[in-house]
Design a protein around this ligand. Structure first.
Ligand code: HEM
Length: 367
């Protein structure tokens, strides 16, 4: 085939694909999308950063599946083999572990910024609700993934974590048995956590991320109330390619940080879990559960005749319900002015999470 006819075929490929895929519409949407530029624009990068880390999790997670074996007899050994024998196995596992932490960190920042900038206001209620769903799923990913290497620390932390779920009034015992697959944390728990971690959560996660992104696309980026009030017309940046290229710079930086963390501080494995030994010292949850763990620890044994731990768990449940209904209760007051009380509640939640996490690691560390 001559060079000329090859070129002709390539030129014909465009219309051929377009008539089958119809992507010109998408292209038009991408060209039209833009982002308002103001003093809070930086916060708009956090959702994209979380998305990037989520994609890394899916990619590295699938690679880990090539070697991981989900049973109490083999899980620990399969991870040990992966770390010691498989080429770059340690790297993939370490990136998976670090990216999980970074993803939850950027997710918290994204959540806090949406809370304080009140990005949940109409018409973005469903964007917020889908985000809350993703927050729940991310915590679920962390909780279930922690057990999978079947090491001592993970085993006992899961015992404590599931026991806290058991404190939920009325249905607690049922939840505890559903999660554990029996009365105790055992191989059955591992199989369940595995199914939840690699099938249930990714499938629902991808679906909800899809909805979240669709809604972001549909409504565009919100302008924070403070900026809106100033009344000045805002400059806008084209999403494609200007904003996306800035996103890319952030993603490259994240990749460099991830590679450095994985290389210099690879994920540890510790000792294989032995259900018949007593819990070792220093059992504690992942950092993102620390504020809840610490709150429950600080509560007195009994509050108004009720079990202190149960009051704490119910309190967290009510806080979650409050966050879910927030877009529907934070309505403008008289004259269309926003009520400052919700900003203070938002600040209160953030300070609470930070202070309790700090106390958990410093004032009363679990030794
Ligand atoms: C895996 C988790 C998540 C991913 C991948 C994700 C992704 C994104 C992306 C790419 C955007 C557009 C850019 C931006 O504003 O940063 C966005 C916007 C938004 N997200 Fe998320 N998000 C996640 C979780 C959450 C959570 C936990 C919440 C809060 C409950 C939330 C609430 C919102 C809201 C309200 C917007 C609209 C912001 C605005 O219009 O100003 N998202 N998200």
């Amino acid at each position: 085939m001559s060079l000329g006819s090859l070129r002709q075929r390539f030129t014909a490929l465009g219309p051929w694909l377009e008539s089958r895929l119809g992507l010109a519409g998408l292209w038009a949407v991408a060209r039209k999308k833009d982002v308002p530029v103001h003093r809070h624009t930086l916060w708009y990068y956090l959702g994209g950063m979380t998305l990037f880390l989520f994609v890394i999790q899916i990619g590295t997670g699938v690679l880990l599946l090539f070697y991981y074996r989900p049973s109490a007899e083999e899980a620990f050994e399969s991870v040990q083999f992966l770390m010691a024998e498989v080429q770059f196995g340690w790297l993939i596992r370490s990136i998976h572990a670090w990216a999980a932490n970074l993803m939850i960190f950027t997710l918290f920042l994204h959540f806090f910024s949406a809370l304080l900038l009140r990005a949940y206001r109409a018409p973005r209620e469903l964007t917020w609700l889908s985000g809350m769903g993703l927050l729940g799923l991310a915590l679920g990913f962390g909780f279930t993934g922690y057990l999978l290497p079947w090491n001592e620390l993970a085993y006992f932390a899961t015992r404590v974590g599931t026991q806290i779920v058991g404190v939920v009034p009325v249905a607690g015992d049922f939840f505890l048995r559903v999660l554990r697959g029996g009365e105790e944390v055992s191989g059955a728990t591992l199989t369940r956590f595995y199914a939840i971690h690699v099938a249930l959560l990714p499938a629902s996660g991808l679906a909800i991320v899809g909805l979240h992104l669709y809604l972001v696309q549909k409504h565009g980026m919100s302008v924070p109330p403070g900026v809106e009030r100033s009344g000045t017309a805002l400059p806008r940046m084209r999403f494609f390619p200007n904003f996306l290229l800035r996103d890319l710079v952030g993603w490259l930086a994240a990749l460099a940080i991830l590679a450095a963390l994985a290389a210099f501080l690879p994920a540890e494995l510790g000792k294989k879990a032995d259900p018949f030994t007593s819990a070792p010292a220093g059992i504690r949850p992942e950092w993102y559960f620390m504020f809840m763990f610490q709150t429950l620890k600080l509560l007195p044994a009994h509050i108004l005749g009720l079990e202190g731990e149960m009051v704490g768990v119910v309190g967290f449940g009510l806080a979650a319900v409050f966050l879910l209904v927030l877009p529907f209760v934070d309505r403008p007051g008289q004259g269309g002015r926003l009520q400052p009380v919700f900003t203070w509640i938002g600040i209160g939640i953030i300070v609470f999470v930070i202070v309790l996490t700090y106390i958990g690691y410093t004032v009363s560390p679990t030794k």
